[in-house]
Design a protein. Structure first.
Length: 145
C-alpha cells in the first residue's frame, strides 16, 4: 500500500516539475479547478485523512468518518494564488507522513471498523486504499488535462 503511495507522489513530482506556472494555474472554466487547485484538493484530502488514520488508532470504534467541504477548503486556502513550490512541498510532506502511518499498520489495525458518511461500515484498510485510489484519480486528472 505505502509503496504505491510513494510511486504516485514521485510521479506527481516529476510531472509538476515540467509544468509552467501558466499551465499549472490555467482554469478550464471559472467553476473548474486548475491543476494547482486539484493539487490543493489532494493536500486537503491528505490533511483530513491523516487525521482519520491517526485518530482511528486511539478513538472508540467504529470510528465515524465525517465529510469535509472540498470547494470551501480550495477557496479558503487560496491554492490558485499560492506558490506551486510551496504547494508541492506540503503535498509531498503530508504524504510522507501518511506513508509512515501506513507502514506502522498491522492486520489488526487495518481491520479497525469505520462508519462512512453514508452510514455503511468498512475498515481502515478500505479507507487507506480509497485514499490512494482518490490520489491516483486526481493525479491522472492533473497529468491528462
Amino acid at each position: 500500500m505505502h509503496n504505491r503511495l510513494e510511486q504516485l507522489v514521485e510521479k506527481g513530482i516529476q510531472y509538476i516539475s515540467t509544468c509552467s506556472d501558466v499551465e499549472i494555474s490555467k482554469k478550464p472554466s471559472p467553476e473548474k479547478w486548475s491543476k494547482k487547485e486539484i493539487l490543493g484538493h489532494l493536500i486537503d484530502s491528505g490533511i483530513n485523512n491523516l487525521q482519520r488514520f491517526t485518530e482511528i488508532q486511539f478513538e472508540n470504534k467504529p470510528y465515524a468518518i465525517r465529510n469535509y467541504s472540498q470547494d470551501g477548503l480550495i477557496k479558503a486556502n487560496d491554492y490558485q494564488n499560492s506558490e506551486i513550490k510551496e504547494i508541492v512541498a506540503f503535498w509531498v510532506s503530508i504524504n510522507n507522513r501518511i506513508k509512515q502511518i501506513m507502514i506502522q499498520q498491522t492486520e489488526k489495525t487495518l481491520s479497525y471498523k469505520i462508519i462512512l458518511p453514508d452510514e455503511t461500515n468498512s475498515d481502515l484498510r478500505f479507507l487507506m486504499t480509497d485514499y490512494i485510489d482518490h490520489l491516483e484519480h486526481h493525479l491522472n486528472q492533473i497529468i491528462d488535462k
